[in-house]
Design a protein around this ligand. Structure first.
Ligand SMILES: N[C@@H](CCC[C@H](N)C(=O)O)C(=O)O
Length: 286
């Protein structure tokens, strides 16, 4: 990887090393990803976004007609995940930064399918415009008796799949989730054979919550876009406002340690996530 160009970016402080690889020439092993994401010996990040033309990657070649670019997302420990909500906004910001796309609409191929992205124009003072992603529909596969446990505390939880797996637990106080150095336990056994992202949520006001997240493969992060969508879906169901039943779109504000995301669910089940994404540095690996 010596001599490889990289960038660093974040969306609500969920941060990523961006590795442009338009023609799919790089061998990005799990060990290389973990080394790049190491916050003391590497660049430091919650994950890596490899930017490759869909046609140049066997995983995405089938999506090449719909989306020129494939977001090859990896967690900080080198594991592969299906989708990253903050990552796809940062990925879109990179495409504009690099001149591969213009503000407006574009499609990005991911392991969870093609995602439509809307990039707002920057403000007159240069403040980057927000980015909205059509995150598709949430699946709620159960079971009804799902629980999340940290130390001596357990909470009922909702299993929400946003392309990747989430367990959402409403808690009395976000501090009750503790240090989150280790992955919270879930029960019954076998619900998440590939691991799970776990969200802890408190009410903040009308259609407004705050959350913490322990991410599969990355530990506690400052933000998780798919997690915020899962939380909004859980909060909307909890409030009895399922848009499929009411026929009305509903919007929820989700505060994370690293910033704010706004999530909207539509009567057809589609979920849109809006939030910031910025590029903060570029360099070359030595
Ligand atoms: N931070 C991401 C989610 C990244 C993947 C996740 N850790 C997993 O393994 O599913 C987001 O913003 O959605």
């Amino acid at each position: 990887m010596s001599g490889t160009a990289f960038l660093k970016g974040h969306g609500t402080q969920n941060d990523f090393v961006i590795v442009p690889d338009p023609d799919g020439e790089l061998e990005l092993s799990a060990a290389t990803v973990a080394a790049l994401c190491d916050r003391r010996a590497g660049i430091g990040a919650d994950g890596v976004l490899r930017v490759v033309r869909s046609a140049a990657d066997p995983v995405a070649a089938g999506m090449a007609e719909q989306a020129e670019w494939f977001m090859d997302y990896r967690n900080a420990d080198g594991s592969i995940a299906e989708m990253c909500g903050n990552g796809v906004r940062v990925f879109a910001r990179y495409l504009v930064h690099a001149g591969h796309a213009k503000p407006g609409e574009l499609s990005v191929a991911t392991r969870a399918g093609v995602k439509r992205v809307r990039i707002a124009e920057d403000a007159a003072d240069g403040t980057p415009g927000g980015i909205t992603v059509d995150m598709g529909r949430a699946l709620l596969p159960g079971p009804d008796d799902l629980t999340v446990t940290v130390d001596e505390r357990s909470w009922p939880a909702l299993n929400v799949n946003m392309g990747n797996p989430h367990a959402v637990a409403f808690v009395a106080d976000l501090a009750h989730a503790g240090h989150l150095y280790d992955a919270p336990a879930t029960a019954p056994a076998g619900v998440y054979p590939q691991g799970v992202n776990v969200e802890f949520v408190v009410d903040r006001g009308e259609r407004h919550v705050a959350m913490r997240v322990h991410e599969r493969g990355s530990g506690e992060t400052r933000s998780c876009g798919t997690g915020a969508c899962a939380v909004a879906v859980a909060a909307i169901r909890r409030a009895g406002l399922d848009p499929a039943d009411t026929g009305r779109a509903v919007s929820w504000t989700v505060d994370l340690p690293g910033g704010r995301l706004v999530i909207e669910e539509f009567p057809d089940g589609r979920i849109e996530m809006t939030g910031p994404a910025v590029i903060v540095a570029e360099g070359v690996l030595v």
